[in-house]
Design a binder for this molecule. Structure first.
Ligand code: 5MM
Length: 343
């Protein structure tokens, strides 16, 4: 596929006022979240929940793409309609998480490298045939006194770049997700320094592997202080530190940044995104949007609680989070949160 086609897909995902819904939890992660709420950890419950998400009326007004896992990409509603087809009908692009998870990095206790490159080429071909237009791969970096190590930085950035090159070869837009984990007692400044280092390495490796920046998206974590740090930054400080870090490390040819929420509360994640737009709106070389999982889904999941009767209320909760983030990237938050006609 040409760079023009990849670039067009990336731009469509960055449609103004819209972001991505990350609903690609692996079976283990999804089951753990269900179990914590007393929901049966079954294939049928996962199907029912994902059906609820993708059939939310009006979802497409604030969501341009949905990231699915392998199971969901192949799944059908109770009445036999494919979830991919439902998304396509709603004008939401289906995407696919293609990494096989973070595994311990040999020789570096407490650090991880994401696996899944072996056999990726034929998997990507099949995913494209099944309707995926873009893909996602998550690398995990931890902050500690001696972490991340150079080994973890290079191994993860290399894997992200090889994944991205394979995606573009298969006609899929790669979403490159280097997540610097929130957990710890590190300061905002330390997270900024680590995130900048990670992004420099990622873009160096993307260049080495010949990835066309115009045909990809970046899904980074925001720059935050660890929850155990006694000196917690203001919303404005997080916004400034995050954007400053991106400006230093992310080339202007890359069209869009879609943040993960990373364990922040839904409200925090949205406020940080809104503050970035308030401080820097119109001055940045790339679009800034959201690709949240928990920060979009958590309230809906809690309301649904595995009960079909709670479906409409759960969908309403999802829509409220989507509206809040739409407002954050369009016109400010929280002023528009909750106004039904705001998107
Ligand atoms: C970091 O997680 C990604 C974004 O979700 P949050 O906004 O909740 O942080 C998310 O897309 C993640 O990559 C998927 O849920 C897949 O996770 P696992 O670990 O189950 O593969």
């Amino acid at each position: 596929m040409s760079i023009h086609a990849l670039s067009a897909t990336a731009q469509a995902l960055l449609c103004p006022g819209k972001g991505l819904l990350a609903m690609d939890e692996s079976t283990g992660t999804c089951n753990a979240r269900f179990t914590a709420l007393g929901i049966p950890a079954t294939l049928d419950a996962r199907r029912a929940y994902r059906e609820l998400l993708v059939t939310t009326p009006g979802l497409e007004q604030g969501i341009s793409g949905a990231i699915l896992c392998d199971e969901t990409l192949r799944q059908h509603t109770r009445t036999g309609v494919s979830l991919v087809h439902l998304l396509q009908q709603a004008g939401i692009m289906p995407g696919i998480k293609v990494d096989l998870g973070a595994h311990e990095l040999a020789g570096f206790p407490g650090e991880f490298v994401t696996e899944g490159l072996d056999g990726l080429r034929p998997r990507l071909t099949e995913y494209a045939e099944l309707g995926a237009r873009f893909a996602k791969w998550r690398a995990v970096l931890t902050i500690g006194p001696d972490q991340p190590s150079r080994a973890a930085l290079v191994a993860n950035a290399h894997a992200l770049a090889r994944y991205a090159a394979l995606c573009q070869e298969a006609g899929l837009v790669p979403i490159v997700e280097p997540e610097v984990l929130l957990t710890g007692s590190h300061s905002l400044a330390r997270c900024a320094a680590v995130t900048e280092e990670v992004l420099h390495e990622v873009f160096a490796q993307l260049r080495t592997q010949g990835v066309a920046l115009e045909g990809m998206l970046l899904k980074p974590s925001m720059v935050l202080a660890g929850p155990d740090c006694p000196d917690q930054p203001t919303t404005a400080q997080v916004a400034k530190a995050t954007v400053t870090c991106l400006l230093r490390a992310v080339p202007a040819a890359m069209p869009g940044v879609a943040f993960l929420s990373g364990g922040q509360s839904a409200d925090q994640a949205t406020r940080h995104l809104a503050a970035m737009h308030e401080q820097f709106g119109g001055q940045l070389p790339w679009a800034l949007t959201f690709s949240f999982g928990r920060a979009l889904q958590q309230s809906a999941l809690e309301i649904w609680a595995g009960q079909a009767a709670n479906g409409p209320a759960a969908q309403q909760a999802l829509l409220e989070r989507v509206r809040g983030n739409h407002a954050a990237i369009r016109a400010g938050y929280p002023e528009l949160l909750g106004l039904g006609d705001s998107m």
